[in-house]
Design a binder for this molecule. Structure first.
Ligand code: FAD
Ligand code: DLZ
Ligand code: SF4
Length: 529
């Protein structure tokens, strides 16, 4: 379509910024012309309910969107901001974009590609259905462009993070000395598995008191999404770039030096430990991955944080975060439909209520409800490990993870859950499933001390369910996993077990699993009413 010319020959561009694209130099805003262009931002019900997100996630995003819009306006940029309760709100990205095109009659629409496959399908439809051209630009906030990852992944069945990560270290120069990894090693994980000593008190979380704009959003969410999972009382996420930068500085100064040592530790009543709490800000664009990694590298170079901590942290962002995004885009949409271990049990109700005798799960669900947050090992080795060894249905588990965390978007949630936790991709991401018995949780946490079950007991009603579910998982998946070299040790142990012991395991597991009940909620309706 020919562009209509305006004063001075300038074109009017409608720049549609999604709620997780709140970065001033994002590709859709890079060539913004404040004289003629309009930025469109929309709060829409579809995005808050396609899964019923945790209340804090919705509040975080709406608050961050409103603050971002206000900052653009303060720069003199025209922002058309549609609020959730605006009477004509069409409720969807497509409906709101159509309305905005009719209102502004732009010459073109510019967007940055979205984080989720389903939204990319919408954007591609806009090219067909809107009366103006739609330009979809690459997301310039990642360190590895999608095309580069796709090239790396081409022809490989197994996509190993470690290989990718080393390439990214070389590419960016992060923690590199004359072409070699700083300290002579790529990986310091072995030093990052300490249990938190009794009496050690991690620093307080840096909390951000909601300002009037955020308080208004919190009240809106309380009213409009009352039935969604989660509490708002302890909401204290940074919702502006300047607060997100303050959170980054706090992490670097107070937590990073100890981050590595206790990266895998878990403690009752201390959900944050030395973790960064930066994922909601990173994923919504208030911080960039690049500046976050370089801030950590600087702390190492200045002697303010040790290498094991800094490498461990940079690995999470430069490695894992970029890698899962690459896997997502390289393997979607087929990726989410695989179910290599044929798991199909309903998600137990206690994933929502936290009402269970399994203290580790009760603690993680309680933390998650209060903060829309659990740290990596809680997600991987408690709720994730249970889902794996209990054979829970991947689609229901994935929906739970997408709902309950403030940082959850499908591009990052799906590979972590489908690939890393559930091994539903048959080994694209992980060389073996991360299955573990109660001993792992006991080693890394203080959860077992106040549990209804006994982590040292292997069978019978007092036994920790993780213990017999672990072996039951190996028995049930013997055909699929026994040939996996990395599983040879546990399978050797299993083969050494008497029939009687195997029978005991099967019986304990069947009794426990039958008691779970589950919740026959349709997948699209996940979460409590
Ligand atoms: P820290 O532990 O301090 O780590 C620093 C940063 O590294 C994080 O902010 C995050 O940006 C990045 N990071 C660390 N691990 C990963 C990873 N495996 N994948 C991607 N980024 C990583 N992260 C999300 O952002 N959204 C999700 O929906 C999400 N779902 C997950 C589901 C499961 C089952 C698992 C095991 C992990 C998931 N993660 C997800 C990764 C990780 O748990 C969170 O990024 C982390 O807990 C966020 O807290 P933090 O900022 O305190 O992280
Ligand atoms: C998660 C979310 C929510 C709850 N609400 C909105 C919204 O009202 N408007 C918006 O632009 N974005 C929202 N988002 C983020 C989108 O879901 C996200 O942009 C897509 O999932 C693509 O990653
Ligand atoms: Fe969890 Fe088992 Fe420990 Fe209880 S005993 S907290 S169920 S690992």
């Amino acid at each position: 379509m020919a562009a209509r010319r305006r004063t001075g020959g300038a074109r009017r561009t409608l720049r549609f910024v999604l709620g997780d694209q709140l970065t001033r130099p994002v590709s859709s805003l890079i060539d913004l012309d404040p004289e003629h262009d309009v930025v469109l931002m929309v709060e829409v019900r579809d995005e808050a309910t396609y899964v019923r997100h945790h209340k804090q996630k919705i509040a975080f995003l709406f608050a961050a969107m409103r603050h971002f819009a206000a900052e653009l306006e303060a720069e003199g940029i025209a922002v058309d901001y549609v609020r959730l309760t605006d009477p004509d709100n069409a409720g969807s990205f497509t409906g709101e974009l159509e309305r905005a095109v009719a209102r502004h009659r732009p010459d073109r629409v510019v967007v940055t590609e979205p984080g989720e496959w389903r939204v990319l399908q919408m954007m591609q439809d806009w090219r067909e259905t809107l009366p103006v051209p739609v330009e979809i630009r690459g997301d310039n906030r990642f360190l590895c462009p999608r095309e580069d990852f796709a090239r790396w992944a081409e022809g490989r069945h197994h996509l190993r993070m470690e290989t990718f990560y080393r390439g990214m270290r070389r590419r960016t120069g992060l923690l590199m000395d004359a072409g070699e990894p700083a300290g002579g090693r790529w990986n310091f994980d072995a030093e990052n598995r300490k249990r938190l000593p009794k009496g050690q008190r991690p620093p307080d979380r840096i909390g951000f008191q909601p300002d009037p704009m955020t308080r208004e959003v919190i009240a809106l969410v309380e009213q409009e999404f009352a039935g969604h999972f989660g509490d708002l009382a302890q909401f204290s996420w940074p919702v502006t770039r300047s607060d997100a930068l303050a959170a980054l500085r706090h992490f670097i100064a107070q937590c990073l030096p100890t981050f590595g040592d206790f990266q895998d530790a878990m403690k009752i009543g201390a959900p944050f430990l030395y973790h960064a709490l930066l994922s909601p800000a990173l994923n919504a664009g208030l911080l960039t991955a690049e500046e976050t990694c370089w801030a950590a590298e600087r702390a190492y170079r200045e002697g303010a944080a040790p290498l094991n901590a800094v490498e461990g942290f940079i690995r999470q962002i430069l490695g894992w975060r970029e890698y899962v995004r690459g896997v997502y885009w390289a393997r979607m949409p087929e990726y989410r439909d695989t179910n290599a271990l044929k798991a199909g049990r309903d998600l137990p109700w206690f994933y929502w209520s936290g009402e269970t005798g399994l203290n580790c799960i009760a603690q993680v669900v309680t933390d998650t409800r209060a903060h829309a947050y659990a740290h990596h090992i809680q997600r991987l080795m408690v709720t994730g490990n249970f889902a794996l060894i209990a054979g829970l249905d991947p689609a229901q588990v994935e929906e739970w993870y997408l709902i309950v965390f403030a940082d959850a978007y499908e591009w990052v949630e799906l590979p972590n859950v489908h690939g890393m936790v559930l091994w539903a991709d048959g080994g694209v991401m992980g060389s073996k499933p991360y299955a573990a018995s109660g001993a792992y949780i006991d080693r890394m946490s203080d959860y077992c001390g106040s549990c209804n079950y006994d982590v040292k007991v292997k069978s019978g009603p007092r036994a920790c369910p993780f213990n017999y579910l672990y072996w039951n998982f190996l028995i049930e998946n013997e055909d699929r996993l026994a040939g996996n070299q990395r599983m040879s040790m546990p399978y050797r142990t299993l083969r050494g077990m008497t029939d009687r012991r195997r029978g005991e395991i099967r019986h304990d597991a069947a009794t426990f699993l039958a008691s779970l009940g589950g919740r026959p909620a349709p997948v699209s309706q996940g979460g409590p009413d």
